[in-house]
Design a protein. Sequence first.
Length: 124
Amino acid sequence: MSGRAVHLYPWDGGTEADQDPPEHVYCGTDGDMADEQLTNDWRYVTCKRCLNIHEKELAARAADDRDQKIKLFDEAQAITITLGHRNISTAIKALLRERDELRHERDNLRLDRDGLLEAGAHLL
Ligand SMILES: [Zn+2]
């Protein structure tokens, strides 16, 4: 057991066009590395530099996700404000209620129509 840090070595065997393994481990540390110091799996990485970079990337991704969520929220709210609701949930509930009322109205109209057709059938 060498006790040396295990680095992430992100190589999946390459593609047909690019068979070359990467020159560096994830954190860019130089030097000869034994096979057991390289892993493709974050669960086995012990190198602090690799882990720090990974953590920053995850944080950046989380921030991107948050920004995207806020953007989508703003877009949705811009729509609901034109419907008279600042609160998106309230707007959706109002729309669902309206949909149900319209469906009910449509069903009543169908019943009326069917009744009229039946009543007038003998005139044909
Ligand atoms: Zn490393």
